[in-house]
Design a protein around this ligand. Structure first.
Ligand SMILES: NC(=O)c1ccc[n+]([C@@H]2O[C@H](COP(=O)([O-])OP(=O)(O)OC[C@H]3O[C@@H](n4cnc5c(N)ncnc54)[C@H](O)[C@@H]3O)[C@@H](O)[C@H]2O)c1
Length: 128
């Protein structure tokens, strides 16, 4: 994505709190960038700290609200929970979970959402 002006703007995404797993590269990074340019408050998790920090730095001056990068191995449930709690501490809620990373067949994405977020008595508007 080179500029934002050539893309549609969706006001309903402004200020929404969005978590993207595996957000440092690939499809996840595109999701991070797209939500950030819509004015969403994005937190993205990835095991690749170097690439995640580079993306966060690149978007810091380019997006209305700088995305937060949270280094995290998603297979470590405690680390995942801590990252979600960090997002909740900062933004107070989570509106959208983009459950992008990996190919985890252990459980359905809705179950992941329930375990990680509803344990905090919060409900996502969307679980992608
Ligand atoms: N690319 C495709 O054609 C395609 C097609 C169908 C489905 N998908 C699915 O879409 C998702 C993204 O695909 P992609 O091509 O962008 O993948 P990718 O491998 O390019 O990116 C995945 C990201 O997840 C991160 N990641 C991997 N394991 C992690 C872990 N344990 N903890 C935290 N982060 C971790 C990686 O560092 C990377 O940044 C995947 O779930 C993939 O299975 C992709």
């Amino acid at each position: 994505m080179t500029t934002t002006s050539q893309y549609a703007t969706y006001p309903s995404l402004r200020d929404r709190v969005v978590i993207v797993t595996g957000g440092a590269s690939g499809i996840g990074a595109s999701m991070v960038e797209a939500f950030a340019h819509q004015g969403s408050r994005v937190a993205f998790l990835d095991i690749d700290a170097s690439t995640g920090e580079q993306l966060a730095a690149r978007l810091a001056g380019a997006a209305p609200i700088a995305p937060i990068f949270l280094p995290c191995d998603l297979t470590n449930t405690d680390a995942l929970h801590a990252a979600v709690q960090s997002t909740l501490a900062r933004y107070g809620t989570v509106d959208v979970l983009v459950n992008n990373a990996g190919n985890d067949a252990r459980q359905r994405s809705a179950e992941t959402c329930r375990k990680c977020l509803l344990g905090s008595r919060r409900r996502c508007l969307a679980n992608v």
